[in-house]
Design a binder for this molecule. Structure first.
Ligand SMILES: Nc1ncnc2c1ncn2[C@@H]1O[C@H](COP(=O)(O)OP(=O)(O)OP(=O)(O)O)[C@@H](O)[C@H]1O
Length: 318
């Protein structure tokens, strides 16, 4: 199937349902993933992310709905799917005394058209560790190896679950670069993550799942903008002024006095818009601070407890 963007849909999920007990873990989830994109699934603990990707990878049988991966049914066509989908799931346990190269070669033997273990070790920065026991690898190198095992079958699609959990900041950044490299080689990536900065950096589109349901699906920037409330600009004005100077501006949604400071919320090119309008009426701005909404803001707003009412005294709204 082809979307309006002209790209092929390689994963199509329609009203997927899976329950382990009375409450559904995945409840009527529908989405599709386009060829060549990095598609992120985010959500709180227990939201149903892993269950959903396990159904897509053919590791769990859905209770309802349909899943198609490259046109294949993950349950019925499991053997064919295995050749095209590489899976790195949570807690991938390996025998402690297997060596890096042995692990890649063993997994390569499960596929008809595997990648070269040597090339993968170069790509993954593991060549110098090829004879190292798995148990002796650092967390970052173990993670790299588990990504390698997901790629060793030369998959069209890689499913990566909690790719960088437990890694230090440098190892996380190295792993992100690796995933971008994998994407640049044409592999479609389905990524489950708890890290909003990771989703923001890597994903073309992100789906937010909560209590088994899809609560948002868009680009990280659009999600941040829509649910995170846009950009916040705050400053200390040189002289008092009427808030109406700012509330009447296009793209400004709210203006609030917080003690001596003024905070403006809006979208678009908010900063030059506000500073120009103030300069026009002879107001200078000091101690200017700008905060643009992030995916994390959107996540908290969409999944967290309701936020408290607007702060303090005078509030101007459009
Ligand atoms: N094998 C299982 N048996 C029973 N319940 C399960 C099983 N696997 C998951 N669950 C339950 O299903 C729900 C969804 O779990 P799942 O692991 O899919 O969520 P998740 O979003 O991946 O969570 P996390 O972010 O913590 O990994 C949770 O309530 C979980 O306790």
């Amino acid at each position: 199937m082809v979307r309006s963007s002209g790209r092929r849909q390689v994963i199509v999920v329609d009203r997927l349902r899976k329950a382990y007990g009375p409450a559904p873990a995945v409840d009527e989830v529908s989405f599709s993933v386009e060829e060549g994109e990095i598609f992120g699934i985010i959500g709180p603990n227990g939201a149903g992310k892993t269950t959903a990707v396990e159904c897509i990878a053919g590791l769990r049988e859905p209770d309802g709905g349909t899943v198609r991966v490259l046109g294949l049914d993950p349950q019925r066509d499991r053997a064919a799917l295995h050749e095209h989908v590489g899976v790195q799931l949570q807690e991938g346990a390996m025998p402690p005394k297997i060596r890096v190269a042995e692990a890649l070669e063993l997994f390569a033997s499960f596929y008809r058209h595997p990648a070269s273990a040597d090339e993968l070790m170069v790509l993954l920065g593991l060549s110098a560790k090829r004879h190292e026991y798995f148990k002796r690898l650092s967390g970052g190198l173990k993670q790299r190896l588990s990504v390698g095992l997901a790629l060793v079958g030369n998959p069209t699609i890689a499913v990566l679950d909690e790719l960088t959990t437990g890694l230090d900041p440098q190892a996380r950044r190295d792993t992100w670069e690796l995933i971008e490299h994998v994407r640049d080689r044409g592999v479609t990536v389905l990524l489950v993550t708890h890290f909003m900065d990771e989703a923001e950096r890597l994903c073309n589109r992100v789906m937010l799942v909560d209590h088994g349901r899809v609560t948002a699906l868009d680009t990280p920037a659009a999600l941040a903008e829509s649910a995170g409330g846009g950009t916040h600009l705050s400053f200390l004005p040189s002289v008092p002024f009427s808030l109406e100077v700012l509330t009447r501006l296009p793209d400004v949604s709210e203006v609030v006095r917080l003690g001596e400071r003024v905070q403006v919320t809006g979208t678009g090119d908010l900063v030059p818009l506000v500073l120009n309008a103030l300069a026009h009426v002879g107001v200078q701005t000091h101690q200017v601070q700008v905060h643009s909404a992030t995916l994390e803001d959107a996540f908290v707003r969409l999944t967290g407890p309701p936020t408290a009412a607007a702060p303090l005294a005078e509030v101007g709204r459009r």
